[in-house]
Design a protein around this ligand. Structure first.
Ligand SMILES: Cc1cc2nc3c(=O)[nH]c(=O)nc-3n(C[C@H](O)[C@H](O)[C@H](O)COP(=O)(O)OP(=O)(O)OC[C@H]3O[C@@H](n4cnc5c(N)ncnc54)[C@H](O)[C@@H]3O)c2cc1C
Ligand SMILES: NC(=O)c1ccc[n+]([C@@H]2O[C@H](COP(=O)([O-])OP(=O)(O)OC[C@H]3O[C@@H](n4cnc5c(N)ncnc54)[C@H](O)[C@@H]3O)[C@@H](O)[C@H]2O)c1
Length: 461
């Protein structure tokens, strides 16, 4: 049996427990069954944003017509070479990870699948491994709904959509969440005819007013409240049958089909039955408030614990564990700062904290300020015809409870609000600072001004 100080299963955010502990003398073994870097680097955040950015340039070019700027000729671009460049960059970044590990005598990189043979013993089927600390960071994979016929078709998940062999002329997307909205918008901008189909509404978890605005400016048409009955693939055409919102039997056809209906945890192959590690009904690993599983000395974080599904949250948890277990300042339990999220679709969406609907259902008194992009100097310059910043402020503390932005640069714009929320800034703080005129940040300032107006209307000075 090989003995280490630390074993890490999964080289995505799991890498947060590889190099940092090695630098303080810990001997670390890291196991990865696919390419190092995990979902985010190989088939998630990085390639998707690299594909989305050039698609935004194409959109901007179209938008420029509203300013009276016309290009006589249609843009020429080779979408296949964009994808090729993206995949070459990702591959080279991923390949550099084991190269760096090989140079570090404290790190052993094993490009293989492992599972639990016993409580604190991992195996790859031949060799066994043990350590004082084991980190399970095995992530998630696409969830494929049980629609008759679907599994017999050559459908795509986001993995294939980010490295297409052939760029399709038309695409049907099942689901209307993060992946559907991001990749669908990019594909649409590159000239593919995209149609979304979802069983419920678009972006179910979002604030109600954000959803309303998004639905008014969808990057591609989406059929909501769709009941799927079957999927077939004949003569190189996908056909999705079902009932539309109105209850009529319909079918839609396209050259390609992308399934983006959520994710499921990579826990089945870990043979957790050989340990005391428990999972919830969906298979996500149960951890306590220090991210320790029900097996002492075994920790889990990232997607596989089912709390948040972002690389930034997984990184935060990994950094917490390093400090908590091996660092100077043991922090117990993990305290999450406000968790932001952004959907890099068109229009972009960024959010933090509670939605208005959550505040209402929890009976939390709040002030609301909604400011459209158009009511700002930069909005005038940009001819903004959609988008807004919405802030929800506690009536009790005057601190921010939630913020929701839809429109240009939403993710960047959220950051100033996020900083205030992290530092527990009050309405007076947000309105006391000076904003650069006429920067896009003034849109958020104006939302806070609306809150102050509401407060004054209610007779509160
Ligand atoms: C298309 C797409 C776009 C995304 N965009 C964003 C974004 O813009 N921003 C953002 O924050 N998040 C984004 N995400 C989500 C983000 O990728 C995940 O939240 C993040 O990768 C989770 O990290 P993780 O380390 O928990 O899991 P992963 O990155 O999935 O890493 C788990 C690793 O464990 C390996 N593994 C699993 N089982 C075993 C085993 N038994 N033995 C050995 N190895 C194993 C897997 O091969 C994998 O490499 C996106 C996801 C997708 C699919
Ligand atoms: N910018 C980002 O941070 C980013 C980008 C992409 C993905 N991600 C992460 O990846 C994860 C997966 O993304 P996703 O878009 O697959 O999931 P999602 O949960 O965002 O959306 C799933 C969609 O599929 C629909 N759906 C679920 N089950 C269905 C079924 N049986 N039949 C039909 N429709 C069904 C849902 O109603 C929803 O519209 C997300 O949790 C997200 O955190 C993040």
């Amino acid at each position: 049996m090989k003995e280490y100080d630390i074993l890490v299963i999964g080289a995505g955010a799991g890498t947060k427990l590889v190099t940092p502990p090695s630098q303080i003398g810990k001997r670390v073994a890291v196991f990865e069954k696919e390419t190092p870097g995990g979902t985010c680097l190989n088939r998630g955040c990085i390639p998707s944003k690299m594909v989305i950015y050039p698609s935004e340039l194409l959109r901007l070019r179209k938008e420029s017509r509203r300013f009276g700027i016309y290009d006589a000729e249609a843009p020429t671009f080779d979408v296949n070479s964009i994808f090729k460049r993206v995949n070459a960059t990702v591959k080279s970044d991923s390949n550099s990870i084991p190269v760096a590990y090989d140079k570090n005598p404290n790190i052993h990189y094993y490009p293989k699948k492992v599972w639990f043979q016993a409580s604190k013993i991992l195996t790859d089927g031949e060799e066994t491994y043990t350590a004082k600390h084991i980190f399970v960071v095995t992530g998630t994979r696409p969830y494929i709904p049980n629609i008759p016929g679907l599994k017999d078709t050559p459908f795509w998940t986001s993995r294939e959509a980010l490295s297409p062999d052939v760029f399709p002329k038309s695409l049907l997307i099942l689901g209307a969440g993060f992946i559907s909205l991001e990749l669908g918008a990019a594909y649409q901008a590159y000239g593919c005819q995209v149609t979304g189909l979802t069983r419920g509404e678009v972006l179910k978890h979002a604030d109600g007013e954000i959803k309303k605005e998004l639905n008014a400016h969808l990057p591609f048409p989406i059929h909501t409240d769709f009941t799927f009955s079957s999927v077939e693939y004949k003569n190189k055409v996908f056909r999705v049958h079902g009932k539309n919102k109105e209850g009529n039997e319909v079918f839609l056809e396209a050259e390609q089909l992308l399934v983006a209906t959520g994710i499921k945890p990579n826990t089945e192959e870990l043979h957790l039955e050989n340990t005391k590690i428990q999972v919830n009904a969906e298979g996500y690993i149960l951890v306590d408030d220090t991210l320790q599983t029900t097996e002492p000395g075994v920790y889990a974080f990232g997607d596989v614990i089912g709390r948040y599904f972002f690389r930034h949250s997984a990184n935060y948890e990994g950094e917490y564990l390093f400090e908590h277990l091996f660092g100077q300042k043991s922090q117990k339990p993990i305290l999450y700062p406000p968790m932001p999220e952004a959907i890099f679709t068109y229009p972009q969406i960024a959010s933090v904290g509670k939605t208005e609907e959550e505040l209402q259902s929890e009976n939390i008194p709040y002030y609301k300020g909604v400011n459209p992009y158009s009511s700002s100097a930069t909005g005038m310059a940009r001819l903004s015809h959609s988008g807004f910043v919405k802030v929800l402020v506690s009536k009790e503390t005057e601190q921010l409870l939630g913020a929701h932005i839809i429109g240009e640069e939403a993710a960047n714009l959220l950051h100033q609000i996020l900083m205030g929320m992290y530092l527990k800034a009050t309405l007076d703080d947000y309105l006391g600072m000076i904003y650069i005129h006429p920067a896009i940040s003034e849109i958020t300032r104006n939302a806070f001004r609306k809150v102050r107006e509401q407060k004054l209307k209610e007779g509160k000075l």
